[in-house]
Design a binder for this molecule. Structure first.
Ligand SMILES: *Cc1c(COP(=O)(O)O)cnc(C)c1O
Length: 427
């Protein structure tokens, strides 16, 4: 028997995969080598495996609004072919700063003197520590010496930055007096007081924390890593959308309040509750921001123009109070329950399968842990997750007790048609 023809297998694959010919030939050649008896079938698996390894847009039916595995806050980036004035000053035609628009917008929104942007909040914390405390001590409450998902551990970041961690207080109670003692100790050379929002866990019971306002009474600069990037916990952008500010917002530490309370610098992520692109923001006192900007690490951590443009547009939405219609995370979070129920009914009518179910969406990304938003979706019999992931635009669902749930709060209404196609393809 002749070995199967690589070319014939690749041409067969082209009927079901829109991948470059060279990729299909590669899949076919490996299949012929590994399984000559079933080369076409194995080549098919190889091609599926390859296409599922590609980055692609997906429909998030999990109900986790900021899904870490799906890149947290969804956001459309510009698809213009044109360059931007990233480091070009349109006023005088000379070289400009890539941070000027962001600094101006954060200045107005947060009442800060200056702001810069790096690739993520881990980088922001690292840069602040390296620029302001290298070779010196940083005081952190034992209750805030935390690990945030994805391997961000305060002691490790501290060590990498070249700053030394000085633990203050105890795991459950840390008082102002503990920080004072650390500053006064002749053993220490405290450069900063670092407050870290424990984001994805909470300590309950006999607890006491020191607030930013209390720390601001001491003479050492206070840096607050607030994490989620909630701009303001009075959430003025919700007016006209929700009657009350939900408790998951009211209880999150927010940038504007942290600055008003006296933090000298704050750091936060761009792609959590801010609803923007992946980035990290350092905002606050101009002299401290300038020290961070001048540090050699800044060159390694600076974001690209696509990120800055997307962030700028998000901040303009906050200024315009169009957050709930323009920023996908906030649209999802504020969609009325009745609208979701109506969409579920429409999906069921269009596919002839599924059951309309009440669900609870999660905020996700370690923000507002434990808080849920009432939601609605559809359920399907059996575990359909793998089949839904194989759809041309993969649909990511959840399965509990052999029932598959698609939560519509995390799905853009325009994508209901994709869910209809995906569910129809299960039949
Ligand atoms: C999420 C988070 C981080 C890490 O931010 P990334 O943007 O993922 O790097 C750091 N600190 C706090 C408090 C956080 O919540």
């Amino acid at each position: 028997m002749h070995p199967p023809s690589v070319d014939a297998i690749a041409r067969e694959l082209a009927k079901s995969f829109t991948l470059p010919h060279a990729v299909l030939v590669h899949c076919a050649r490996e299949a012929v080598r590994d399984a000559p008896q079933d080369a076409q079938g194995v080549a098919q698996d190889n091609a599926l495996h390859f296409s599922q390894s590609l980055l692609t847009t997906v429909v998030n039916g999990t109900g986790v609004l900021l899904h870490t595995n799906l890149g947290r806050a969804p956001l459309a980036m510009t698809d213009s072919h044109r360059p931007t004035n990233l480091e070009f000053n349109l006023a005088n035609g000379e070289r400009g700063s890539r941070h000027s628009s962001i600094s101006e917008l954060f200045g107005q929104l947060l009442n800060v003197e200056d702001a810069i942007v790096v690739n993520n909040n881990a980088a922001a914390v690292m840069l602040v520590l390296a620029a302001l405390a290298e070779g010196r001590d940083v005081a952190v409450s034992r209750g805030e010496s935390v690990e945030i998902g994805g391997g961000f551990r305060i002691p490790d970041v501290m060590e990498q930055s070249g700053a030394r961690l000085v633990d203050v207080g105890t795991t459950n109670r840390t008082r102002l007096r503990d920080y004072e003692r650390a500053i006064d100790s002749r053993k220490n050379d405290i450069a900063l007081l670092l407050k870290v929002h424990p984001s994805n866990f909470s300590i309950e019971g006999f607890t006491e924390q020191t607030t930013i306002s209390e720390l601001a009474t001491l003479e050492v600069p206070v840096v607050a890593d607030i994490g989620s990037g909630l701009l303001d916990n009075t959430a003025p952008w919700l007016q006209g959308y929700l009657d009350n500010v939900p408790s998951w917002i009211a209880h999150e530490p927010a940038a504007r309040q942290a600055i008003a309370d006296g933090a000298d610098l704050i750091t936060f992520s761009g792609d959590k509750l801010l609803g923007g692109p992946q980035c990290g923001v350092i905002a606050g006192r101009a002299d401290l921001v300038a020290q961070c900007a001048a540090h050699p690490l800044m060159r390694a951590l600076r974001p690209g123009g696509h990120t800055l443009l997307a962030l700028q547009n998000v901040l303009l939405s906050y200024s315009a109070r169009t957050v709930c219609s323009q920023i996908p995370f906030w649209s999802m979070a504020t969609t009325p329950l009745q609208e979701l129920a109506t969409r579920a009914e429409r999906l069921i009518a269009a596919t002839g399968v599924g059951t309309s179910v009440a669900l609870d969406s999660l905020i996700g990304a370690g923000s507002a842990p434990g808080s849920t938003i009432a939601s609605h979706g559809i359920s399907l019999a059996g575990d359909q997750r793998a089949a839904l992931r194989r759809h041309a635009t993969p649909v990511i669902a959840r399965t509990v007790a052999n029932t598959t749930y698609i939560d519509l709060r995390s799905v853009h209404p325009d994508d209901d048609s994709i869910i209809i196609d995906a569910v129809n393809s299960l039949k």
